[in-house]
Write a protein that binds this ligand. Structure first.
Ligand code: F6P
Length: 359
């Protein structure tokens, strides 16, 4: 009987628990394997941390549960682990050998690593050192190049679309301009899809730097035509034509930088350029929380089950991906490339056809 492990790294995403459930059920029902859960991403492989035995009985209710029962650490990197020295200084140390030893000690014949580009890159580096790892791509941002969609994205755009619908009613009652800032890091997928689905008048995304006057003109035109309210969606990574992305927190380290705040800048400009009231909402981590939508549950289930089959085939360094309606296999190396919105693509063109402006 084989023994396999599963870990979830990076930020959480709705559907991670469904991946765990599908992997456990497939491994046990189809192959009769033992499955252990590694806690807190790659951190769980360092320092002899206990694992969790995963069986049918402790995954049965995971399909619709948000987050990850294994925990996720988006700062855990065995190739650069912060270790405090006697003098209080923090030194980043390569402890990857510890992670490999731990996998051996646990008797793992394969490990499923579910994560975004950062976690998958670490997985690939461990594969290069001989670790039997397969990948599952995960992020609400949908910015992984090798797959058409990632699970978590559909839940995020559902939440963002609902937010726009709720903002619309107040916008209409008070004749306001409502600005909604959404997540997405350096990509505009969440803003684009939620903006179209939620009836936005302007969608600002990192891939198309904006000029505020274009949005002001659009709002003026809407008002001249008789509608006194409007909706603007701003991706957290959006930037003006002559400006830079905005960060809440620059942090002392690159990994501490957090995008956000551009919604307020846009809101302030819009308040200046015409006399309507403007209100700004930052949706934040609400987009990452809660139950996965049925579509995300399906994708996560397919990914979890297919990852187990990859282990059976010993396809180390491969990961599952969605191409059209099929779940296929690509190399983790391909997954490390980011996927951005093409300004000339179908959905941007459709949005422009509808009169939505991108600034
Ligand atoms: O990558 C997912 C994501 O939610 C991004 O959209 C966002 O910029 C970031 O993670 C937030 O990270 P954290 O949870 O560390 O604040």
């Amino acid at each position: 009987m084989k023994k396999i492990g599963i870990l979830t790294g990076g930020g959480d995403a709705p559907g991670l628990n469904a991946v765990i459930r599908a992997a456990v059920l497939t491994a046990r029902q189809q192959y009769g394997w033992e499955v252990v859960g590694i806690r807190e991403g790659f951190d769980g492989l360092i320092g002899g941390k206990p694992t969790i035995e995963l069986t049918e009985s402790n995954v049965y209710d995971l399909l619709a549960r948000g987050g990850t029962i294994l925990g996720a650490a988006n700062r855990g990197n065995p190739f650069a682990r912060p270790i405090e020295q006697a003098d209080g200084k923090v030194v980043y140390t390569d402890v990857s050998h510890e992670a490999l030893d731990r996998m051996n000690d646990l008797g793992l014949d394969g490990l499923i690593v579910a994560g975004g580009d950062g976690t998958l890159s670490i997985g690939q580096r461990l594969v290069d050192l001989g670790a039997p790892i397969v990948g599952v791509p995960k992020t609400i941002d949908n910015d992984v190049a090798a797959t058409d969609f990632t699970f978590g994205f559909n839940t995020a755009i559902t939440t963002a679309t609902e937010a726009l619908e709720k903002l619309q009613t107040t916008a209409e009652s008070h004749h306001r301009v409502m600005v909604l800032e959404v997540m997405g890091r350096d990509s505009g997928w969440i803003a684009l899809f939620a903006g179209i689905a939620g009836g936005a008048d302007a969608i600002l995304i990192p891939e198309i730097p904006f000029s505020v006057h274009v949005i002001c003109d659009k709002i003026a035109q809407i008002r001249a035509n008789g509608r006194q309210h409007s909706l603007v969606v701003v991706a957290e990574g959006a930037k003006p034509v002559d400006g830079k992305q905005l960060y809440y927190n620059m942090g002392s380290r690159e990994m501490d930088k957090r995008l956000g705040g551009i919604g307020y800048i846009v809101g302030n400009h819009l308040a200046e350029c015409h006399d309507a009231e403007v209100r700004v909402t930052v949706l934040g981590h609400v987009q990452r929380g809660g139950q996965p939508t049925p579509r995300d549950r399906l994708l996560a289930t397919g990914f979890g089950a297919s990852a187990v089959h990859l282990i059976h085939e010993e396809k180390w360094g491969d990961m599952v991906a969605l191409k059209g309606t099929e779940i296929t296999t690509v190399s983790i190396k391909d997954a490390i490339a980011m996927k951005f919105v093409n300004p000339d693509s179908y959905w941007v063109t459709i949005a422009r056809d509808l009169g939505i402006v991108f600034g």
